[in-house]
Write a protein that binds this ligand. Structure first.
Ligand SMILES: Nc1ncnc2c1ncn2[C@@H]1O[C@H](COP(=O)(O)OP(=O)(O)O)[C@@H](O)[C@H]1O
Ligand SMILES: *[C@@H]1O[C@H](CO)[C@@H](O)[C@H](O)[C@H]1NC(C)=O
Ligand SMILES: *[C@@H]1O[C@H](CO)[C@@H](O)[C@H](O)[C@H]1NC(C)=O
Ligand SMILES: *[C@@H]1O[C@H](CO)[C@@H](O)[C@H](O)[C@H]1NC(C)=O
Ligand SMILES: *[C@@H]1O[C@H](CO)[C@@H](O)[C@H](O)[C@H]1NC(C)=O
Ligand SMILES: *[C@@H]1O[C@H](CO)[C@@H](O)[C@H](O)[C@H]1NC(C)=O
Ligand SMILES: *[C@@H]1O[C@H](CO)[C@@H](O)[C@H](O)[C@H]1NC(C)=O
Ligand SMILES: [Mg+2]
Length: 474
């Protein structure tokens, strides 16, 4: 048992090492070259593969043509099949814009590749660029299901890689079209020259803002405030997607693993599987949303299912995020607002605008501290305020703490902190350093009677008066 575990671990390590060294060599092959030259030797490829390739290309075209207000990707008319120079234009169009300014030269001499995550299609690695910028590189996942399926069917490594890379290209176009604070930032891309001398061509690396994969388990153990932030960010994203430059967009593969966190903000990173299509209908019965637990029907208005994409996203947000993150440990006096949100999203009663409003109302209530008005007013008078005094030691652990060692919680005011300290049997003091959480609440450190107090001009210390009387040294 122990041996087989060790063997499995070793194997995993070896596979990972090979993967990483493969990556390094493939990325190094990019070299510093920005010129695209798409020469296709497709005549030798199986017909089915060629048709899949052109299918993927065709998928990208409408996304480009919708681009009316910004760069004009298509300055020549496209014929109905495909113009092999279109991708070249995407590339040029994309690199013109400042948001997508990085190219292959920025990857030269980069350091420390480490796998951040992978999925059916893509592999994401961490890279530190010369100059210290940390980015994520998205590449075709050579070990992924997509690549595996294609190889099994056609056994054409290079063409298969190209086929899978179209999903990356589509994602790049979408990232550019759907820029938003809750969508991962596109920094640039690098594509190696196809069939360059000696090297395998057709490799693409998309350069993205670096995040950390969303860890649901970890999030479940985080303070309510942080879980609420994730839901709030998600609602803002869905609001944007409901009226995006591409129209109302549905995320077809809506899962926590398609999101990452960047400095405390939720961002969508997997965009290749989205749909901006309208569903045409003759009657409401054509407009059904099927989920494992629930089915919904939206109205058929002028031949189109009204709000279908938006509602699909909302119910997915409810079932993958809100049910896990929102109700648990919500401030007791805010539970009526939380319940209302849970009910209107879980039953798809409201639209996304109403949902955004409900979240903003919840945020405003939380920030105002109005929900604390019925705390006993006298509690703070049990504490002696020592200005410019900090503490060390006396740490104890508490549920949903911001710190792994001690008890650090967010509070609206010293009064709320006093209320919390009174409810912890170990607590005999708390300090406020002026550090705040994303919503503006204060971070309070709670300590037991074994804490050492000392001068600290960044902190105010509140000591329980009963404790002060037994430590006359102060
Ligand atoms: N910018 C990023 N920073 C950190 N991790 C990322 C980033 N983008 C993606 N990931 C991780 O990589 C995984 C695979 O990326 P994704 O685009 O979802 O690929 P796939 O289409 O194959 O599912 C994601 O589940 C996520 O954990
Ligand atoms: C691309 O290849 C074609 C034919 O192989 C050649 O005519 C053209 O000059 C090349 N373009 C660039 C930019 O290298
Ligand atoms: C984009 O190109 C089309 C022709 O393909 C032209 O009609 C349109 O005016 C161009 N738009 C901009 C913003 O340049
Ligand atoms: C949803 O609809 C499908 C097909 O119409 C049906 O098979 C399924 O039982 C329904 N599920 C629920 C939960 O109503
Ligand atoms: C919403 O509220 C109704 C009535 O109060 C209740 O029957 C229903 O189960 C609730 N739904 C959810 C998803 O909480
Ligand atoms: C939703 O809000 C936007 C503004 O953010 C507004 O333009 C749009 O008309 C609203 N939609 C509905 C259905 O109320
Ligand atoms: C806090 O104390 C440090 C020295 O311990 C001093 O350098 C700093 O200026 C002080 N800051 C304030 C705001 O008094
Ligand atoms: Mg994914």
């Amino acid at each position: 048992m122990g041996n087989s575990l060790r063997a499995a671990a070793l194997l995993a390590f070896v596979v990972l090492s090979i993967l990483v060294s493969l990556l390094i060599s493939s990325v190094q092959q990019f070299g510093a070259q920005g010129v695209f030259n798409v020469t296709r030797g497709e005549e030798q490829l199986p017909e089915a593969l060629i048709s899949q390739l052109s299918e993927r290309r065709r998928e990208i075209v409408p996304l480009l043509l919708l681009n009316r207000d910004e760069d004009n990707f298509s300055d020549e008319p496209l014929d109905s099949t495909w113009d092999t120079t279109v991708w070249d234009k995407i590339a040029r169009g994309a690199s013109r814009a400042s948001v997508d300014g990085m190219g292959c030269d920025s990857l030269v001499d980069m350091q420390a590749l480490e796998v951040l995550g992978s999925g059916y299609t893509k592999l994401v690695v961490k890279a530190n660029l010369v100059g210290g910028m940390a980015v994520a590189l998205k590449l075709v996942n050579e070990q992924g299901i997509d690549m595996g399926k294609c190889l099994e069917e056609f056994d054409e490594p290079e063409a298969c890689r190209e086929l899978v890379a179209y999903k990356l290209k589509k994602e790049m176009v979408l990232l550019k079209r759907l820029q938003h604070p809750n969508v991962i930032g596109l920094r640039g891309h690098c594509e190696s020259q196809r069939r360059a001398a000696g090297a395998e061509g057709g490799r693409l690396a998309v350069i993205l803002e670096q995040g950390t994969p969303l860890q649901m388990i970890q999030l479940l153990q985080s303070p309510w405030e942080d879980r609420f932030k994730v839901c709030l960010d998600l609602v803002h994203l869905l609001h944007f997607l409901s009226r995006s430059p591409l129209g109302s967009v549905a995320l077809l593969d809506f899962q926590p693993r398609q999101f990452v966190m960047v400095s405390g903000t939720l961002k969508l990173t997997d965009l290749d599987d989205i749909s901006a299509e309208l569903t045409h209908c003759r009657a409401g019965t054509d407009c059904t949303l099927l989920f494992p637990q629930r089915n919904f029907t939206v109205p058929c208005v002028r031949g189109v299912c009204e709000g279908l994409n938006q509602k699909r996203n909302m119910y997915n947000a409810y079932r993958y995020f809100f049910t896990y993150l929102l109700p648990h440990q919500a401030p007791p006096t805010l539970t009526h607002l939380v319940d209302h949100i849970m009910n209107s999203t879980g039953e798809l009663k409201g639209d996304i605008n109403e949902t955004v409003q409900a979240f903003e109302e919840l945020l405003a209530q939380y920030q105002s501290g109005a929900h604390l008005h019925n705390l006993p007013a006298a509690e703070l008078t049990d504490y002696l305020l020592l200005r410019r005094v900090g503490g060390s030691g006396g740490e104890y652990r508490c549920w949903l703490s911001y710190s792994a060692q001690g008890c650090v919680l967010s509070v609206h005011s010293p009064r709320e902190a006093a209320h919390i300290c009174n409810s912890h049997s170990q607590c005999s003091s708390f300090s406020l350093t002026g550090q705040r959480t994303w919503s503006g609440r204060l971070l309070a450190s709670f300590r037991s009677s074994s804490a050492q107090l000392g001068p600290d001009n960044t902190s105010d210390m509140y000591v329980k008066k009963t404790t002060v009387s037994v430590s006359p040294s102060l």
